[in-house]
Write a protein that binds this ligand. Structure first.
Ligand SMILES: Cc1cc2nc3c(=O)[nH]c(=O)nc-3n(C[C@H](O)[C@H](O)[C@H](O)COP(=O)(O)O)c2cc1C
Length: 211
């Protein structure tokens, strides 16, 4: 297994992808499975992922992404979207899945479902989206770490107009909205930023211990 710290040193937010280098189906499946297995608050996974392969749509998305070339040139464009108005029916769906997966009765999980519903009912639509986005960012982090581990390059991106993405991908009518994007593929030799030293604050600065 590749040393994880080496992998995190190796990775960088790729600016120039080699448009000719594509992920294999196995690599793509592995990354998407890692995303699927990501943890979330209550386990409800209030996000979905859209993998955009259509070149014309990717070109339009690039325009909505301030022209950033990764959007068209990376092997894969992965768009994390969140549910706009999480409702009791989303909770019921999750509770049914849990009951089914674990072979228990849904009625035995009523208390848990009620707790999730209560937590959501105290939030405005805006706050629900914000909360759902936090869960999507956890999945994004997992994707970035696993990609690095596998020697696959990626660039996390929030430099785009979310409402334009929503429109191009037809998300609003599905009750979804764009959260964050990951472009995934392989770096081009021409990408100078790959050679830039990593800029990070020291552990002393970032991590405080309460002992
Ligand atoms: C949530 C998020 C959004 C980002 N958005 C963009 C983006 O739109 N375009 C871009 O080139 N880099 C983007 N970045 C990359 C960061 O600038 C980069 O991760 C940071 O400078 C640290 O550098 P490194 O990842 O190369 O180590 C984003 C990073 C994160 C985590």
């Amino acid at each position: 297994m590749r040393n994880m710290i080496d992998a995190l040193q190796w990775r960088y937010a790729t600016k120039v992808f080699d448009a000719n280098k594509k992920l294999t189906a196995e690599q793509s499946d592995l990354l998407l499975e890692a995303v699927r297995l990501s943890p979330s608050s209550f386990g409800i996974q209030p996000w979905r992922v859209i993998v955009v392969t259509n070149p014309e749509i990717r070109e339009r998305l690039r325009q909505a992404g301030y022209g950033q070339p990764q959007i068209t040139d990376a092997s894969h464009l992965i768009v994390f979207v969140t549910k706009k108005n999480l409702s009791d029916s989303d909770v019921d769906e999750f509770i049914a899945l849990t009951a089914n997966t674990r072979g228990v009765s849904a009625s035995g999980l009523e208390g848990y479902g009620g707790m999730i519903k209560q937590s959501l009912s105290g939030k405005s639509e805006e706050k629900r989206i914000e909360w759902a986005s936090r869960q999507a960012y956890v999945a994004l982090g997992v994707l970035l770490a696993i990609a690095a581990h596998e020697g696959i390059d990626a660039c996390p991106m929030e430099g785009f107009d979310p409402s334009a993405f929503d429109e191009i991908l037809g998300l609003s009518e599905k009750g979804l909205t764009t959260c964050v994007v990951a472009t995934v593929g392989f770096r081009s030799e021409a990408d100078q930023t790959a050679r830039f030293p990593k800029v990070r604050f020291s552990q002393e600065e970032l991590i405080k211990k309460v002992e």
